[in-house]
Design a protein around this ligand. Structure first.
Ligand SMILES: NC(=O)c1ccc[n+]([C@@H]2O[C@H](COP(=O)([O-])OP(=O)(O)OC[C@H]3O[C@@H](n4cnc5c(N)ncnc54)[C@H](OP(=O)(O)O)[C@@H]3O)[C@@H](O)[C@H]2O)c1
Length: 269
């Protein structure tokens, strides 16, 4: 029983935003642990198909590109229909696709609010709802299905960057994770979230282009790696994580929970 605790042998998974960055790290991790098929989505078809080809060549299972914009209800329904047409059961859904927007408080545009809230909060809810049938079909008490939402440490602590809708969206997603978990656990679908700290990506250009600078602000002294992200996703997706329900795991080298803070600022100092 303890031998294959982290195995994902034969699992069917969907990772939204799997063409690059954190989604790609997770898709690779699921395949490395034996997932049979991992579907990845993105808006741009070329990079999505390129990543699918690369991951299929690298691992035993198959990675399949479904390039669809999931920021609208029409896109969400199209993606769900594509999955349901191909798979009667879906073991793992990773709601990873996300967007950010930064602007001064006095200039912050409504478009930067709606774009971020729609993709980061509305889409995970309605995509999970649209895929409830294949998730329920895959789920049993012995082997629950998994929904893993990719939040952010910006939803836990206050990032000084003026990314108002992003912070609200990620905090909202963390609480939505708890609320959905409380409902779906009764169908043996386990909902959890990961709150990443800095990982190299197009979204986090600071971590990608100024790694040493960013690492100085991380208690662990480094930014996150593919292994850090894949490892947590594999844990939550596999038998090893079955009893973790509604929780959000910060994968951040200690930024949120192991940060000594500003000397002299505490009430008891
Ligand atoms: N990197 C970090 O340090 C960090 C830290 C905390 C949280 N996160 C979270 O991790 C997740 C992934 O971020 P990342 O850093 O890997 O960002 P990224 O490099 O920008 O990747 C985002 C992925 O989502 C896809 N995507 C974006 N909009 C989409 C849409 N409307 N429909 C379908 N796919 C879409 C992108 O492909 P297309 O552009 O082709 O659509 C891409 O595959 C996000 O939720 C982000 O908030 C990241």
């Amino acid at each position: 029983m303890l031998k294959n605790l982290f195995s994902l042998d034969g699992r069917i998974a969907l990772v939204t935003g799997g063409s690059r960055g954190i989604g790609k790290m997770i898709a690779a991790g699921l395949l490395a642990q034996g997932a049979a098929r991992v579907y990845i989505t993105a808006r741009k078809a070329g990079p999505c198909e390129e990543t699918a080809k690369q991951l299929t060549a690298e691992y035993g299972g198959e990675c399949i590109a479904l390039p669809i914009d999931i920021s609208t209800m029409a896109g969400i329904d199209r993606l769900a229909a594509e999955i349901k047409q191909r798979e009667p059961k879906l073991d793992i859904l990773v709601n990873n696709a996300g967007a950010a927007w930064g602007a001064d408080f006095d200039e912050f545009p409504e478009s930067g609010w709606d774009k971020v809230m729609n993709l980061n909060v509305k889409t995970p809810f309605f995509l999970t709802k649209a895929l409830a049938a294949p998730l329920r079909a895959a789920a049993s008490a012995e082997r629950p299905a998994k929904v893993i939402n990719i939040a952010s440490i910006d939803g836990i602590f206050v990032n000084p960057l003026e990314t108002y809708s992003y912070a609200a969206s990620k905090s909202g997603l963390i609480h939505l994770t708890r609320r959905m978990a409380a409902k779906l656990i009764h169908d043996h679908i386990v909902v959890t979230a990961i709150a990443p700290g800095p990982f190299k990506s197009d979204m986090n250009k600071a971590a990608r282009d100024h790694e040493d600078e960013v690492a100085k602000r991380v208690p662990a002294g480094r930014i996150g790696t593919d292994e850090d992200m894949a490892g947590t996703a594999i844990f939550l997706a596999s038998r090893a994580g079955d009893y973790v329900v509604g929780n959000t795991i910060a994968v951040d080298g200690g930024i949120v929970y192991a940060n000594p803070g500003i000397p002299g600022a505490g009430w008891d100092s």
